[in-house]
Design a protein around this ligand. Structure first.
Ligand SMILES: C[S@@+](CC[C@H](N)C(=O)[O-])C[C@H]1O[C@@H](n2cnc3c(N)ncnc32)[C@H](O)[C@@H]1O
Length: 309
């Protein structure tokens, strides 16, 4: 892996131009909301993304390629670049946020697990991570030799894992998934422009103790995934961001909050309907007015009081 990337950066320089990924804006908002100060960027490359982060936070970037680091040190003067493999990286520091762009899919399953575990180990409790990776909807999925399930050698000597939504959830099963979705990212290569289908996932470290009780299985999480909504494109440029869903106890709370206006409207509708029915019954006098009144008031009370709980 090191030789491949050294050769590429030495020959092609700033391969994807100097613009950061559009996801950086979203990650900065997330980190700010989480009061983050220290950010880790594994697979930092030549620093096109770290440069944005380092205007707001204290950033450490880990990168295996020395030629990428040489470029990075000139491009982003504020980030502290460390030349090491993300699989071996160890420090006593604990970070508030981790941003990992298009690195995860470069590994086979065992090393993907190792990468995530190592990131979690360096993340503070309640800290958040933002990961992007290739999607199964990418045009290269299924191209070339099948190395492992979902992993293809789509270029000679270079393989990648193409994530389905379920697969991505499985990888982050021990963490609280706050949000995930798809994006189409257009990268300018030295020679041409290329569009990629990516997936992203935002997770929070719920800590060792809670992790054991986080029993939400993949199927439950996939059910939650059907609660899709479009994220405001304001901060996200023109790209497509989809599929926000929140799970875990915090998530359930948020969903209830969202449901409240609907329940109130239903309550109000039923209230009006019951009034009409009550007046009709009263006029034709086929039922005991007092009994009917009590019954309808009870129904109304349930629907009107429920949203306030
Ligand atoms: C697809 S590039 C993305 C670079 C950067 N995130 C960006 O968007 O500009 C993957 C990067 O991960 C680095 N990398 C690959 N394997 C690594 C490892 N084991 N440890 C640290 N960095 C690694 C590569 O050298 C390369 O810079």
């Amino acid at each position: 892996m090191r030789d491949y990337w050294n050769k590429r950066f030495a020959e092609e320089g700033m391969i994807w131009g100097c613009e950061p990924s559009q996801t950086v804006t979203q990650a900065i908002d997330l980190f700010k909301k989480n009061n983050a100060h220290h950010i880790l960027v594994p697979g930092a490359g030549y620093g096109r993304n770290t440069k944005m982060f380092s205007s707001y936070f204290e950033v450490d970037g880990i990168e295996i390629s020395s030629s990428a680091i040489n470029l990075a040190k000139e491009w982003d003067l504020k980030t502290n670049f460390i030349q090491e493999s993300v699989l071996e990286f160890r420090t006593s520091k604990r970070y508030d946020g981790i941003y990992c762009y298009d690195l995860l899919h470069l590994f086979l399953l065992e090393d993907r697990k190792k990468l995530i575990q190592n990131c979690v180990m360096h993340l503070k409790e309640q800290g958040v991570m933002y990961f992007t990776c290739f999607s199964d909807r990418d045009f290269n999925n299924g191209v070339g030799r099948n190395v492992e399930e979902g992993t293809y050698e789509y270029k000679k000597g270079k393989y990648a894992h193409f994530f389905t939504e379920e697969n991505l959830i499985e990888h982050f099963n021990d963490l609280n998934i706050l949000e995930m979705g798809s994006i189409r990212e257009c990268l300018t290569h030295t020679e041409k422009q290329q569009e990629y289908e990516l997936r992203y996932v935002v997770v929070q470290n719920i800590g060792e103790l809670l992790r054991g009780s986080n029993s939400t299985d993949t199927s439950t999480r996939l059910t939650a995934a059907s609660n899709r909504r479009t994220i405001s494109p304001k901060a996200l440029g023109h790209r497509e961001y989809r599929s926000l869903y929140v799970i875990g106890s915090e998530g359930n709370k948020k969903m209830r909050m969202q449901d409240k206006p609907i329940v109130s409207v239903i309550g109000l509708g039923l209230f009006s309907l019951s009034l009409v029915v009550h007046i009709c019954f009263k006029s034709i006098r086929t039922m005991d007015d007092v009994g009917m009144g009590i019954l309808l008031s009870l129904v109304n009370a349930i629907f009107l009081v429920f949203p306030l709980l």
